[in-house]
Ligand binder design. Structure first.
Ligand code: NAD
Length: 271
């Protein structure tokens, strides 16, 4: 854990959805938010993930952990009401949730099934909008919402397939939501993170190749860390970014600005 600390989020309460284990991007965000003074409530998707979350919650002094499946739409308002009663109103919500059938994160996009297309869009895109709609009554003034995207929303990445379509829709949702909620003083942003080896990422075929390609070809000549994502999230979750909404902030070691392979990059097929 990087030893950067501040009190920029002191007095701020946040809900972080999407910690599966210590490699989750949501964990990077939660620990950075905690280091900068934030108080956090956390969720786990199911019982199997609960035992991984408990020791992590301990590390950031969170005694508010809840089972929450974002696809149970009728339960979202019930959960948020309970959370508000037990934890208080929220200053931010982090949505770090995505899913697609890994059988379709290989091969060609054209072979996507209707059922997986719809399910991927629902969990990885629609859920952010559904959650925000229900959360509005439980937010403090000047609250903000953050979600996670990937460069596969903008350009074709091997095997990212239907998830790229869902991330494009998610990024556009961020912009429409920002416009809707700006009049209430709420902000909505996304971090477009570079590739990180997580549970979700392990479902993408040839992910090791993607990691190496990014490492060799991004301006910083490395892959990003959970601390990189955490640091950027503290900016977006705090009032440091009070004038920023509808933004897709790249935290990708600069990869998105590159147009061609680095001439000095090793031959990736031999890696
Ligand atoms: P992860 O596997 O650690 O996290 C994914 C989370 O989504 C898990 O905690 C899982 O429980 C949760 N989830 C899935 N379906 C859910 C449901 N129905 N209800 C509640 N929770 C549900 O993987 P991650 O890579 O940290 O993913 C977090 C976010 O970051 C995702 O949106 C992902 O697309 C995005 N992202 C990841 C990368 C990467 O390379 N790992 C890069 C850019 C963006």
């Amino acid at each position: 854990m990087k030893d950067l600390k501040s009190s920029i989020l002191k007095g701020k309460k946040g809900l972080v959805i999407g910690i599966a284990n210590e490699r989750s991007l949501a964990w990077g965000i939660a620990k950075s938010a905690f280091q900068h003074g934030g108080e956090l409530a956390l969720t786990y998707q199911n019982e199997a993930l609960k035992k991984r979350l408990i020791p992590l919650a301990d590390k950031i002094n969170s005694d508010h952990i809840y089972e929450f499946d974002i696809q149970n739409y009728e339960k979202i308002p019930v959960f948020l009401k309970k959370l508000s009663q037990e934890f208080g109103k929220l200053d931010f919500i982090v949505h770090a949730v995505a899913f697609s059938d890994k059988e379709e994160l290989k091969g060609d996009y054209v072979d996507t099934s209707k059922s997986n297309f719809l399910n991927t869009m629902e969990i990885s895109c629609y859920s952010f909008t559904a959650l925000i709609k229900e959360a509005l009554p439980f937010m403090n003034d000047k609250a903000n919402f953050l979600t996670l995207s990937y460069y596969g929303a903008e350009k074709v990445i091997p095997h990212y397939n239907v998830m790229g379509i869902a991330k494009s829709a998610l990024e556009t949702s961020v912009k429409y939501l920002a416009a809707d909620l700006g009049k209430k003083g709420f902000r909505v942003n996304a971090i477009s993170a570079g590739p990180v080896r997580t549970l979700a990422a392990s479902g993408i075929s040839d992910f090791r190749y993607i990691l190496k390609w990014n490492e060799y070809n991004s301006p910083l000549e490395r892959n990003i860390t959970l601390d990189d994502v955490g640091g950027a999230s503290v900016y977006l979750l705090s009032e440091l970014s009070s004038g920023t909404t509808g933004e897709i902030l790249h935290v990708d070691a600069g990869y998105n600005v590159i147009g061609m392979k680095n001439v000095n990059a090793p031959d990736i097929s031999k890696v």
